[in-house]
Write a new protein. Structure first.
Length: 317
């Protein structure tokens, strides 16, 4: 699939798509049956693969109004689009929805990831030329984004694949194929058949593998988050918001708040998660569950209207 070769071509494609985008009723009629916040953050949508939860994300866009939308990478899965020509109407509708919001004044900051690296390269080229890559008036493409909350806390936003090389088990995860589970179960069956023939008691090989992998996962995320926190200290920010690993979380590491946004795909550990900055500047992870917005940590539904979290969020220490 041929990708746009320049910022100008990208802008032209955006304008064409926007011109053929009709307004929806929920874009025209403002009502009270919504949630309102300062900033909405999401990551790892992976438009262009069947696993993208397009219906849930559209419900989030329709239900939540914000002054800014920050997308932290892997918005469109360009890697998969190069292999498979899959881009259904419901995925296109998400793009059209975002363009409508930008046209109505929503500020959008898009930080590309490893599955949409082409956009990252274009942003870098624009920056080298002393410019900023813009797709229309209100969509900015950046390699990273720094913002300050209403309560004067400073955060760095990036995708997160930059930290892979800092994690001890990154090579392991890159090589681990999608058939790992089938291999383990096959080994479990045949090892136990062999032991039974020899008169030995069966062993729980698959359970041992599961326990071993859990240990690797724990070490992987510990190393990964420590690398994230180290970059936060170097930038002098209060925290870092990132995606990439598809596992939502919010904790302090060595004095730096580390927030992972999760993902919007079927196989994510906890799907349909996002981050919200409420009207007072408090950041909290949320989850879209069964058509409503919930506090990710507690599972409680968030009342509609202006979002004001009852207390300042307290991540895990």
């Amino acid at each position: 699939m041929k990708m746009p070769l320049s910022p100008a071509e990208l802008l032209r494609a955006t304008e064409i798509l926007d011109a053929h985008t009709a307004p929806e009723a929920d874009d025209v009629e403002e009502g009270d049956d919504r949630w309102y916040c300062a900033r909405l953050f999401a990551s790892d949508l992976h438009l262009g693969i069947p696993a993208f939860k397009s219906k849930a994300f559209m419900e989030l866009l329709r239900g939540v109004r914000s002054d800014q939308l920050i997308i932290a990478g892997d918005f469109i899965d360009l890697l998969m689009l190069q292999k498979h020509k899959y881009f259904p109407q419901d995925h296109l509708t998400v793009i059209q929805k975002i363009l409508r919001r930008a046209r109505k004044g929503l500020e959008i900051f898009y930080i590309p990831g490893n599955h949409d690296k082409r956009m990252r390269k274009l942003a870098a080229e624009a920056l080298r030329d002393g410019d900023i890559l813009r797709l229309g008036d209100n969509i900015v493409v950046e390699q990273l984004h720094i913002f300050e909350t209403k309560n004067a806390e400073k955060y760095l936003v990036l995708h997160g694949d930059e930290f892979d090389r800092e994690s001890a088990f990154s090579e392991f995860w890159e090589k681990l194929g999608s058939h790992g589970y089938d291999v383990v179960m096959w080994l479990d069956e045949h090892i136990n058949k062999f032991l039974k023939r020899l008169g030995f008691k069966e062993i729980q090989f698959s359970a041992w593998c599961k326990s071993w992998v859990k240990g690797l996962i724990r070490d992987y995320f510990q190393n990964f988050n420590e690398a994230v926190a180290s970059v936060g200290r170097n930038y002098g920010v209060d925290g870092i918001v990132y995606g990439h690993v598809h596992t939502p979380g919010d904790k302090y590491i060595n004095g730096v708040r580390v927030i992972n946004l999760g993902a919007w795909v079927e196989n994510a550990p906890a799907g349909c998660t996002a981050l919200i900055e409420d009207v007072d500047g408090v950041l909290k992870l949320v989850q879209w569950r069964n058509g409503t917005l919930c506090d990710f940590a507690t599972g409680e539904e968030i009342p509609k209207g202006e979002i004001r979290f009852a207390t300042r969020s307290e991540p895990d220490k």
